[in-house]
Design a protein around this ligand. Structure first.
Ligand code: IPD
Length: 266
């Protein structure tokens, strides 16, 4: 690449434009009434017709703009990269919210180098767009994290306890363990949110709206873009137990990250 910094900024611009178009389509389909297309791993793990249509739009826009790039999407699977760059896409993160008419859902698009494995990739550009909230979060490696024109920074000081976000797996067999994890961090918390879109949870950590976030079992497309946002906002994102079926992600400013890790890394 002639100038990685310029290229990364261009990738962010591309991701942001496509995320906006895709999110506006999702919002339109929501207003028209949502059709459930299928349930996936469990009754809570649903896919709507809109998930598939929105992912198809994103995939087509990306392949027109950057033929040869790889693709990893929640609904339509993977394509190998011939350029070294791969797009990691969640067309609607927070599908249950979307299906129920709750505004906390988002389109997440990330550009990564190093392949489609989160343990090996480097995210270089990302966009998370929440169409029902009218908010577009973007990040470029080395270029900061942004909400529109406002530069983002994680919180660094949580004297009254941390406002934490989390999420739960869809498989009922995981609920007991996830609730025990919540119980173990509550002594550090002033309060807890379960908002239903991991991409937005992480974007909110980047924006200082949450002090920290943790969840087991996220898929790569849930966090690819928003983990870069947290890092570019001065925070840390660490994935533990990566060899297990349900790796644990912890995201926060450096001090809180350390304290959360002490409790959760057992
Ligand atoms: C889900 C959301 C949710 C999180 C789940 C994810 P989806 O993504 O991010 O907040 O708790 O783990 O699977 O299925 O709506 O794209």
């Amino acid at each position: 690449m002639p100038d990685a910094q310029v290229d990364a900024a261009q990738l962010t611009e591309l991701a942001a434009g496509i995320a906006r178009e895709a999110g506006d389509l999702a919002r339109l389909r929501r207003a028209e009434g949502v059709l459930l297309a299928a349930t996936k791993s469990s009754l809570a793990d649903i896919v709507t017709e809109a998930d598939r249509e929105v992912e198809a739009l994103i995939r087509s826009r990306l392949s027109t703009a950057r033929p040869g790039d790889g693709f990893l999407g929640e609904e339509s699977g993977a394509a190998e990269s011939t350029t070294g760059l791969t797009w990691v896409v969640d067309p609607i993160d927070g599908t249950v919210n979307y299906a129920y008419g709750i505004a906390m859902y988002s389109v997440s698009i990330a550009a990564v180098t190093g392949g489609a494995d989160p343990d090996a990739w480097t995210a270089v550009a990302g966009a998370v767009y929440a169409p029902a909230l009218g908010e577009l979060f973007t990040a470029t490696r080395g270029g900061g994290a942004w909400l529109g024109g406002q530069r983002l920074a994680v919180t660094t000081h949580t004297p009254a306890g941390a406002l934490l976000g989390t999420g739960f797996g869809y498989d009922p067999a995981t609920h007991e363990g996830d609730l025990a994890t919540v119980g173990s961090v509550m002594p550090l918390a002033r309060d807890l949110r379960r908002m239903g879109s991991a991409a937005l949870d992480l974007s909110y950590v980047a924006a200082g709206r949450l002090d920290g976030y943790f969840e087991r079992g996220l898929k790569p497309w849930d966090f690819a873009a928003a983990a870069l946002l947290v890092e570019e906002a001065g925070g840390r994102v660490v994935r533990l137990d990566t060899a297990s079926a349900r790796p644990l992600i912890i995201a926060a400013g450096p001090d809180l990250h350390e304290r959360l890790s002490q409790v959760l890394d057992k």
